[in-house]
Design a protein around this ligand. Structure first.
Ligand code: FAD
Length: 324
């Protein structure tokens, strides 16, 4: 988890793994052990070496222990499923909820109607809370106060969004069971897509305000090139990270569509780069995106990364062939 700098559905509130790591123990390439197991919030004694190893995908050292910062467990939770007309409305809804709820807003997950339909096709036991809306947002709140106070704050914030026309409708989970069912709709998308057949996945990050325009532009380019291509878009809109997955147009052989992966990635990633986004928000580089990394990083950034690799692993022993 540390080497992948993994993140989840609460990055909006808590950050990804990097934000939790206070200290590390690492076996470095020459076999020595660096004991950096400090638990300090403040430590300005030069380079922050631990950050080099976090998210390095095992290419700079082997992590053997860590000191992690913990957050108090929340005392109350609230969950809602909100229908919106389009992604621009979802972005405005996010702004409204952040302003009203501040740090209590923990998750803000976008689900397109197409993604929801696939999820329900393979997991029909979970009902659609708001049938017919084109886009949905799963909202999760946490707090240290009472359930009643949190539910009231959520209702008030959603009422504001409905009044402003940024939400079409909303369903608030009335029990833990209902909240779990809402989360299941979102979390089953990846597995449902796997069952449905091959698709091309993109794990992108954009400034949140640029997401609607990206979807319009990339969608138009892809639809022109692959008429009828099916967009299965969902993800962590609250932190700008979308899973932008494409299923073959009807009648397009799956293998032929998969063979288009480099051309499709080029279209998607160029539109991401044009808006100062990232071609890999949480899934890393590995071998799959090594060539794309070279296309999208500045020469100076790549040189610095290669210098770090050469300094820490001069013989190229650690996870060779990955990232660089
Ligand atoms: C780059 C990357 C990013 C990912 N991001 C996310 C995410 O944001 N959210 C999510 O839910 N899932 C994510 N995943 C899925 C990921 O498999 C899990 O989050 C988690 O990393 C799995 O842990 P694991 O111990 O099984 O690691 P493995 O799958 O065994 O290894 C993952 C990577 O970490 C390296 N590694 C493993 N152990 C060590 C070690 N002790 N020291 C140094 N390097 C090591 C490996 O070489 C490999 O590159 C990501 C996967 C990858 C490869």
């Amino acid at each position: 988890v540390i080497s992948t700098n993994a993140g989840g559905t609460a990055v909006l509130r808590f950050g990804n793994t990097r934000a939790f790591v206070l200290g590390l123990e690492v076996v470095v390439a020459d076999g020595r052990v660096w004991n950096g197991l400090r638990g300090l919030r403040k430590d300005n004694t030069g380079y922050d070496l631990k950050q080099l190893f976090i998210g390095a995908e095992g290419t700079l050292g082997i992590v053997t222990a860590a000191v992690l910062a913990l957050h108090p467990a929340p005392r109350s939770r609230a969950t809602a499923w909100v229908g919106v007309a389009d992604v621009a409305a979802a972005v405005r809804l996010l702004a409204t909820l952040r302003a009203a709820l501040s740090a209590r807003l923990v998750g803000f997950e976008l689900v397109s109607a197409q993604a929801l339909a696939i999820s329900r096709r393979y997991f029909p036991e979970y009902a659609d809370p708001l049938p017919g809306v084109p886009w949905s947002v799963l909202v999760e709140l946490e707090d240290s106060g009472t359930e009643a106070a949190l539910a009231a704050a959520l209702e008030a914030a959603l009422a504001e969004a409905l009044e402003a026309g940024d939400a079409l409708d909303a369903a608030i989970a009335g029990s833990l069971r209902e909240a779990a069912a809402m989360w299941a709709l979102r979390e089953n998308i990846a597995e449902a897509q796997r069952r449905e057949g091959p698709n091309l996945k993109h794990d992108i990050a954009l400034p949140v305000s640029a997401v609607p325009e990206f979807l319009d532009y990339a969608g138009a380019l892809l639809d022109r090139r692959y008429p009828g291509v099916r967009f299965v878009v969902f993800g962590h809109l609250g932190d700008g990270n979308l899973h932008y997955n494409l299923s073959p147009p009807p009648g397009f052989a799956a293998e032929a569509f998969l063979a288009e992966a480099p051309q499709v990635a080029r279209i998607v990633h160029d539109e991401v780069a044009a808006r100062r986004g990232s071609i890999s928000a949480e899934h890393g580089i590995g071998q799959l995106k090594r060539d794309e990394l070279v296309r999208h990083k500045a020469a100076v950034e790549l040189d610095l990364m290669r210098s770090v690799k050469a300094a820490l692993d001069p013989r190229g022993l650690l996870n060779p062939g990955k990232v660089l």
